[in-house]
Every structure is written in structure tokens, then in C-alpha cells.
Design a protein around this ligand. Structure first.
Ligand code: A3P
Length: 304
């Protein structure tokens, strides 16, 4: 059943926050852990495109940009279905009565664009065997943390975030769903030397969407007229996307995503962490950051 239709229905189960299990040391929902053997065995096809991110790094934004590119800037075509339906979230299991991300992916005709938050070592191996293209988007750790905290508050199936202080610590310790931000961004950074991965940064897309969208066009071997590119830039900017009902997650039932607690399209900026971090937290975070990012060539901008 398409999820946008669900909104009109009364959910026939009690929405509860997921319990957390582990796959090879990575915290994932129990539902994902239970289906892990099937997820790992997923059969990718050579023309699959995978959009991979750590949660809250700009996945939905990238999904919309990619879909607009694939639809040659035809906004009506992009509104054919919600983000959730257009690009299946391969590891996601919302409820046993609903199709899983795998079910959606398997039912989808090629060429498919798929979404994942999995750290690189947990990506089903068929993606590498089939030499699939992957677009990875990373966001600076501080803004990513703030966004993740608010998402836990509004998303009634995410584990209880606790207080801001508690969540802050959990994130530093990598005890949140999909694990450590550090390991995620570093793992994918290493993998790009081996596989067909376009590694992008949220901050760069925010600063210069034209340049970053052109990188995606090049990666996808697409060429679009300047007018089409202008249109894509316009329709994927935060202010426009937040009013797009097919991309702003208001298509999900309010019992699951409660936008009155914090909208899914919350701020869409770089540097919002400064409104959340205390001086002491910032010092602690910087010290952890230095330790965890030592020895990598990967760098982030925390402000523009
Ligand atoms: P904030 O909570 O900081 O506002 P994801 O799609 O990976 O869950 O990421 C969600 C984050 O991306 C949210 O960040 C959301 O507002 C932001 N976002 C979504 N669309 C965006 C856009 N078009 N431009 C900038 N940020 C966007």
C-alpha cells in the first residue's frame, strides 16, 4: 500500500519506539536485525544507483536532486509518489503489516535508485559485485548531531532520545542507530578509492548547488540544458522543498512523524549547532573529534 494513502487511514497498530539490536557491532532496529539475512542477500543490479548517507546528512535533498535529474527536470513526474516510494530505503522495516524497503526495491522496475544509511561494511555485497554507482553525502558531525536529535524527538518510532545532554553523549559514543558518525564517514571515504562512489558534502551543496549538481550530472553521465539545471536548483532549495508534500515527509501519518514537535524540514542550514552546543559541550566534542579524525584526509566545514 502506498504510504501517502496511509495518511488517510487509521493505523491499526500502536506506534511504539523501536528497540535496538546489533549487526556486527552496529546498532540497528530489532526489525532490521530480524531481517538481516535477507537484507545482506539483496540482489543489486548493475544499473542500480545507491544514495548512501549517515542519517540526517541530507538524504532526502539528494534523493530529490537525483530524481529531478532522472526526470529531466519534470517536476510533475517527480510528484508521482513520495520520496519514500520513489527510492526504496533498502534496510528499512517500518511494521510487519507493511512492505519492507526490500519488498519495494524488488518490486521496482529498473533502473532503480535506492537509499541506505548502512555503514559501508554492511552494504549488501552484490552492490560491489555489480559495480553499482553510489552517491554518498556527508554532513559535518555537529549539525548532523543536532538534526538527529530533533529527528528522534519528532519520529515516534525512533528510540527515545532522552535529554539533549544524553543524546549528545550517545552520539559521541556511537550508540545511536547506524552507529558512529566517525566510522560511517571514514569508512565510505576509504571505500571511494575502491568502488564507483561520488562523495559529496552537505555544506558544499548548500554553498554552491550548481557546482555539486553538475558533479552528480557528470557521475550519472547526464547532460542537461542550463534552464533544466536552473529549475532543479530552484525546486530543490530548502524553502521550496519544505512545501513539497511529496518530499517533506508530511505524507507519513502524524502518529509516526509528528511535525508539530519538530518539522522534518527543520532548518536546512550549516552551523545550527551553535544554537545548541554549550561551550563545555563544544570543547568536549572538539577533543573527541580530534581523536577520532586523526590520520584521515577527510575534512569538514562546520560553518560557511
Ligand atoms: P535539519 O534538521 O538540520 O534542518 P535526511 O534527509 O538525511 O533525513 O536529512 C534531513 C536534514 O536535511 C534536515 O536538516 C533537513 O532540514 C535537511 N534538508 C532537507 N532538504 C533540504 C534542502 N533542500 N536543503 C537543505 N537542507 C535540507
Amino acid at each position: 500500500m502506498p504510504l501517502e494513502k496511509m495518511k488517510e487511514l487509521k493505523l491499526d497498530w500502536d506506534v511504539k519506539r523501536f528497540e535496538v539490536g546489533e549487526v556486527r557491532g552496529i546498532p540497528l532496529t530489532k526489525e532490521i536485525c530480524d531481517k538481516w539475512h535477507k537484507i545482506w542477500a539483496f540482489q543489486a543490479k548493475p544499473d542500480d544507483l545507491l544514495i548512501a548517507t549517515y542519517a540526517k546528512a541530507g538524504t532526502t535533498w539528494t534523493q530529490e536532486i537525483v530524481d529531478m535529474i532522472q526526470c529531466d527536470g519534470d517536476i510533475e513526474k517527480c510528484k508521482r509518489a513520495s520520496t519514500y516510494e520513489r527510492q526504496p530505503f533498502i534496510e528499512w522495516v517500518l511494521h510487519k503489516t507493511l512492505p519492507t524497503g526490500l519488498d519495494k526495491a524488488e518490486a521496482m522496475p529498473s533502473p532503480r535508485t535506492l537509499k541506505t544509511h548502512l555503514p559501508v561494511q554492511l552494504v549488501p555485497p552484490s552492490f560491489w559485485e555489480q559495480n553499482c554507482k553510489v552517491i554518498y553525502v556527508a554532513r559535518n558531525a555537529k549539525d548532523n548531531l543536532v538534526s538527529y536529535y530533533h529527528f528522534h524527538r519528532m519520529n515516534q518510532v525512533m528510540p527515545e532520545p532522552g535529554t539533549w545532554e544524553e543524546f549528545f553523549q550517545k552520539y559521541i559514543d556511537g550508540k545511536v542507530l547506524w552507529g558512529s558518525w566517525y566510522d560511517h564517514v571514514k569508512g565510505w571515504w576509504e571505500a571511494k578509492n575502491k568502488y564507483r562512489i561520488l562523495y559529496l558534502f552537505y555544506e558544499d551543496i548548500k554553498e554552491n548547488p550548481r557546482c555539486e549538481i553538475q558533479k552528480i550530472l557528470h557521475f550519472l553521465e547526464k547532460d542537461l540544458e542550463k534552464e533544466v539545471l536552473d529549475k532543479i536548483i530552484h525546486y530543490t532549495q530548502f524553502e521550496v522543498m519544505k512545501d513539497n508534500p511529496m518530499a517533506n515527509y508530511t505524507f507519513m501519518p502524524q502518529e509516526i512523524l509528528n511535525h508539530s514537535i519538530s518539522p522534518f524540514m527543520r532548518k536546512g542550514t550549516v552551523g545550527d549547532w551553535k544554537n545548541h552546543f554549550t561551550v563545555a559541550q563544544n570543547e568536549k566534542f572538539d577533543a573527541e573529534y580530534k581523536k577520532n579524525m586523526a590520520g584521515t584526509s577527510l575534512t569538514f566545514r562546520m560553518e560557511l
